[in-house]
Design a protein around this ligand. Structure first.
Ligand SMILES: [Zn+2]
Ligand SMILES: [Zn+2]
Length: 251
């Protein structure tokens, strides 16, 4: 059995009744529930199940290599999107972002995708589909986003920070295009030693990034003029984007 597996199993066995004051202002606490091997089309990973006994949410760490006590471990934080991740929806780019992260980390010696099970950035699947429906009836993305009730990012980082601490990861390199996110993780006690730009390979699904003048206030517009919902915290950069297009993502 792989070293990662044994180490994480040991953490789990040593702290079965884990409870702590929690991370951040929201006092988020999650505990490791189980670990198993997970061979995927992107590489061989371990999957770690986390459970939050306060809100009942279950989260996942998709782990490559030996990350326990690891330094400079590449980490990507991804929020669940059923429509994008599993169904290949083109209303957002979540699947492209997730696949790019798994593909990149799958080729690395070690790394991790922190997969947060909070559909629609925490408002739940039903409300997300309600917001899609409002868009279908002509509401613009901003209005639909408001209806969708996107909350700030903090909670995501608190959960992610606790998961990294649970796995005893010593320091990370955050896979993000937004340097500001590094401070957010630091705020919750994570030692962030660097940033790895999250660059998506161009394909027929994310081609819309390349053809657009990219983003106004972070909203991506496809060639039919339709805006896409923002579901991940972090905007992706697609190979081939100009420097201006990349900059425009954060204006
Ligand atoms: Zn805890
Ligand atoms: Zn999505």
């Amino acid at each position: 059995m792989a070293l990662t597996h044994l180490k994480i199993q040991e953490i789990l066995d040593g702290d079965r009744e884990h409870e702590c004051e929690g991370c951040g202002d929201n006092h988020i606490c999650v505990s490791i529930a189980s670990i198993a091997e997970l061979p995927t089309r992107f590489g061989d990973f371990h999957i770690v199940a986390f459970y939050n006994n306060k809100d009942g949410k279950e989260h996942a760490a998709i782990v490559k290599g030996d990350v326990t006590d690891g330094e400079n471990v590449p980490v990507r934080i991804h929020s669940e999107c059923l429509t994008g991740d599993a169904l290949g929806s083109l209303r957002c780019d979540c699947r492209d972002q997730l696949e790019a992260a798994l593909t990149a980390i799958g080729k690395m010696e070690k790394g991790m995708v922190v997969y947060l099970r909070q559909e629609g950035r925490g408002i739940g699947f039903t409300n997300k589909i309600r917001a899609y429906s409002l868009q279908d009836y002509g509401m613009d993305t901003v209005e639909a986003n408001l209806a969708l009730g996107f909350r700030d990012d903090e909670r995501d980082y608190e959960v992610a920070a606790h998961m990294l601490m649970s796995l005893k990861v010593k320091s990370i390199q955050l896979m993000t295009n937004n340097p500001k996110k590094m401070n957010d993780m630091t705020k919750y006690g994570i030692n962030v030693t660097g940033r790895i730009p999250h660059v998506l390979p161009p394909n027929s699904h994310n081609e819309f990034y390349l053809r657009t003048k990219a983003a106004k206030s972070g909203h991506l517009i496809d060639f039919s003029g339709k805006e896409h919902m923002l579901e991940q915290i972090d905007r992706p950069v697609v190979k081939g984007m100009t420097e201006e297009q990349v900059k425009a993502l954060y204006e």
